[in-house]
Design a binder for this molecule. Structure first.
Ligand SMILES: O=C(O)C(=O)C[C@@H](O)[C@H](O)[C@H](O)COP(=O)(O)O
Length: 348
């Protein structure tokens, strides 16, 4: 895959105009969900380059990141005359950039697309790195392809449109980047007041977080090795998220935050991660994200979800663990007993 162009923009109008200009196309499509259509599209309204755009609006939330919504987008593209030379702009959170990226990557075997992430999660994680896809059979991102957006335009002006929960959801992925990158970055993230954020400061931290992700993706775009570091917290996190979808869905970043609690326990017990840093991180997560209650009766289903993790090889459940902040250990396996102990640590 080619290197991805990620632009940290201070003028969304100008950046979008030039990004569209750089990408020759016949027809232009804009994909948004119902929330972004009313909260974010007004911020790009009136742009000359969007005058002739065709809009496709889908239902919001990860529960709609599914085959039905994907089929709806493919149908709309077909009905509105998209060709292989068309361009799609995905404007929204991770659900829109994941599903939109997949729709574009597969329609007529692939049309170009640009991501404009509007949530903190999409800015720091989902929109960057070319992972596209949908949930299937109750499993997270079960179907998808790696295919980079032509460009990703990150403008923190959109953060004014999101609520506390979505801000925290994205911040969990930034905390993950801190944990896998360095003690300094981890400490900065732990000490920043994300509940009353200074937006200039946050903008700088977003750029740093994106740089951490981008560097790793460029080394290993198809997740054969070091990219698995970006999946820290996700073996258990995705199991929590799939589990929650059967009851009361939770935001992706909350699931990752809870997953990091269980996986930090494995880091301590299997990779000698410092216990004090684990407890500091766990306290941070509890104080901002609360808890998702699970009991021992739920462990078997959670374990079954983990058996579907995309990092697994043969029958072993694969984790990315840390020996310390920034000390990444990929392809670590844990047996069922270790995993149940980690769930116990999370639950009590
Ligand atoms: O970009 C990656 O690689 C990641 O693993 C980043 C994750 O934070 C992200 O949630 C990703 O979409 C999860 O991918 P999956 O392959 O575990 O479904």
């Amino acid at each position: 895959m080619e290197k991805q162009k990620v632009i940290i923009s201070e003028n969304i109008h100008k950046t979008l105009e030039s990004s569209i200009d750089e990408c020759a196309h016949d027809k232009l499509f804009v994909l948004a969900d119902e929330n972004t259509a009313c909260m974010c599209l007004p911020l790009v309204k009136g742009l000359k380059c969007l005058e002739k755009a065709h809009y496709i609006i889908i239902k919001p939330s990860d529960t709609n990141k599914n085959l039905d919504t994907l089929a709806f987008v493919w149908s709309k593209l077909g009905q509105m005359g998209a060709t292989r030379h068309s361009l799609m702009i995905n404007i929204g959170g991770g659900m829109v950039t994941d599903l939109g990226g997949f729709a574009a990557s597969t329609f007529k075997r692939g049309i170009a697309y640009i991501n404009i992430p509007t949530t903190l999660l999409a800015m720091t994680d989902a929109s960057v790195g070319g992972k596209t896809g949908i949930n299937f059979n109750g499993l997270k991102n079960e179907i998808g392809v790696f295919n980079n957006a032509q460009s990703v335009i990150i403008d923190t002006v959109f953060l004014k449109t999101i609520n506390r929960e979505n801000m925290l959801s994205g911040y969990a992925e930034m905390l993950k980047h801190g944990l896998i990158y360095s003690s300094r970055m981890w400490a900065e993230i732990m000490n920043f007041d994300i509940e009353n954020p200074n937006l200039d400061e946050l903008r700088r931290m977003v750029a740093e977080s994106v740089a951490v992700k981008k560097r790793i993706v460029e080394q290993d775009p198809h997740e054969k090795g070091i990219r698995k570091a970006l999946n820290f917290g996700h073996t258990v996190g995705h199991a929590f998220e799939s589990f929650a979808m059967t009851r009361q869905p939770i935001l992706h970043g909350y699931a990752v935050a809870y997953g990091m609690i269980a996986e930090l326990y494995l880091c301590v017990t299997k990779a000698k991660f410092p216990t004090d840093k684990m407890y500091q991180t766990v306290d941070f997560i509890h104080s901002h994200y609360g808890r998702m209650n699970i009991t021992c009766d739920d462990y078997q289903l959670l374990y079954e979800f983990m058996t579907h993790d995309k990092k697994n090889i043969s029958d072993k459940i694969n984790f990315t663990l840390l020996g310390d902040t920034g000390d990444i250990r990929i392809n670590q396996t844990a047996d069922k007993e270790d995993i149940l102990n980690a769930l116990d640590f999370y639950a009590f």
